[in-house]
Design a protein around this ligand. Structure first.
Ligand code: PMP
Ligand code: GLU
Length: 408
């Protein structure tokens, strides 16, 4: 038997022996990357698209970091490295985290991977047994649910409300816990909402996790992108002993504008770090050697670039919040970090004759006004839209005017 596909290039036929595995049946491609690819294709075709879809800093990687990558190539550091990362990078991650969080961790607790997305995949593969439940507050970052399912787990989505700044409420968390629950996955500052939990809010969540004997994965990849002098509290620091059940996920992609270099990491108890190192040794051998050397420079070199980019994002946050608030019916939460505005379009969707889902709304916005955004449904929150404000002020202003016109 031969299966046919309607594409235009390459071999469009494959025999049934290439039937995809069952685990692929429910796998959704990343909606953020899909929208970015679509906007990119339109741009390449000469369309004046304003792409506010993907969450990627628009600044170049700072020059001193690029130079460290070039120097690594020139010095021949182009061979396999230890699977869990070069010792100097693991030490730099441990030192940077210890200094900023106040919690002393060692290099043995650090596993460097090909981006934080890969770190999450490692974690789920290493920890999840078939049917284990992972509590994920919605809206959540697109890849969480898919990666949990891929590992055989069950994402248990717990809704949060814009009125509560999309923060997981302790009672809702507690109510979602079953005998199958293994862990909670938190993200603060949040992608897609930009909200930042306070210390007291996190403490309430930590106490429930301890009582229910759950692990907590804390995605802190935006921890240095917080505005108005807010603090971004690292989860394992909240209570004594919490580090024995917590894993921090982070990386260089957002803080140092290094998305393409693909370096992320976890900070976990050492036995788990060792297991993830073993997994990586079979899966990818090691993260890119050149990128690891650049990441060492990112962590140990001058840090002014971090504050400069953060301040630029804060100015853009102000611009975006002010303009969105002027739009009739549009609501947004308190954006304290990261570079996303997750806004409420339920009012627009309820109007007769217009788009009635967030996907349709984003499609029509792209078609009519050439602005690329991502539908809330991709983040488990229908009725909302995510726009990234990692774009120049000019682009943001123009994009917001187009959105305002589209909303009427
Ligand atoms: N977590 C969150 C919340 C993110 O927004 C991203 C961005 N893609 C990642 C993890 C993964 O980052 P990366 O793989 O680029 O290190
Ligand atoms: N985290 C970014 C986003 O949400 C990058 C895209 C991705 O990795 O999915 O847009």
């Amino acid at each position: 038997m031969r299966l046919k596909s309607k594409g235009k290039t390459g071999s469009m036929e494959q025999t049934a022996c290439l039937q995809l595995a069952a685990r692929m049946a429910s796998l959704e491609p990343s909606a953020t990357l899909a929208m970015a690819a679509r906007a990119g294709a339109m741009k390449a075709a000469g369309v004046d698209v304003i792409d506010l879809s993907v969450g990627e800093p628009d600044f170049p990687t700072p020059p001193h970091i690029c130079r460290a990558g070039e120097a690594a190539i020139a010095a021949g550091k182009t061979k396999y490295t230890p699977a869990a990362g070069i010792p100097a990078l693991r030490e730099a991650v441990a030192a940077d985290y210890s200094r900023r969080s106040g919690l002393a961790v060692t290099a043995a607790q650090v596993t460097v991977s090909n981006g934080a997305k890969h770190s999450l995949h490692n974690l789920f593969t290493t920890l999840i047994n078939e049917g284990d439940e992972v509590i994920v507050p919605t809206p959540y970052w697109v890849s969480y649910a898919e990666l949990i399912k891929l590992a055989g787990g069950r994402p248990v989505l717990v809704e949060t409300a814009i009125e509560e700044d999309f923060k997981l409420q302790p009672a809702a968390f507690e109510a979602a816990i079953t005998p199958q629950t293994r862990m909670l996955l938190l993200c603060s500052p949040s992608n897609p909402t930009g909200v930042v939990y306070t210390r007291a809010e996190l403490e309430a969540i930590a106490d429930i996790a301890i009582k229910a004997d759950l692990a907590v994965i804390s995605d802190e990849i935006y921890d240095q992108l917080v505005f108005d002098g807010r603090e971004s509290v690292s989860f394992p620091t909240l209570r004594p002993g919490l580090e024995a059940r917590s894993i921090v996920v982070a990386g260089v992609s957002k803080t140092y504008s290094m998305t393409g270099w693909r370096i992320g990491w976890t900070i976990s108890p050492a036995p788990l770090a060792k297991a993830m190192g073993s997994l990586q040794s079979q899966e990818t051998s090691n993260p890119c050697s050149v990128s690891q050397h650049a990441a060492i420079e990112a962590l140990t070199g001058p840090q002014d670039c971090v504050a400069q980019m953060r301040d630029a994002f804060q100015v853009r946050r102000d611009l975006v919040v002010e303009r969105l608030r002027q739009m009739p019916g549009v609501k947004i939460p308190d954006i304290g970090g990261a570079f996303y505005a997750f806004f409420d379009i339920r009012d627009a969707l309820s109007r007769a004759g217009g788009p009635d889902t967030s996907v349709a709304w984003c499609e029509q916005l792209l078609e009519k006004e050439q602005v690329a955004t991502v539908a809330g449904s991709a983040f488990g929150a229908e009725g909302f839209v995510r726009m990234s404000f990692a774009a120049s002020a000019e682009k943001l202003q123009a994009g917001l005017e187009r959105i305002a016109r589209f909303l009427g």
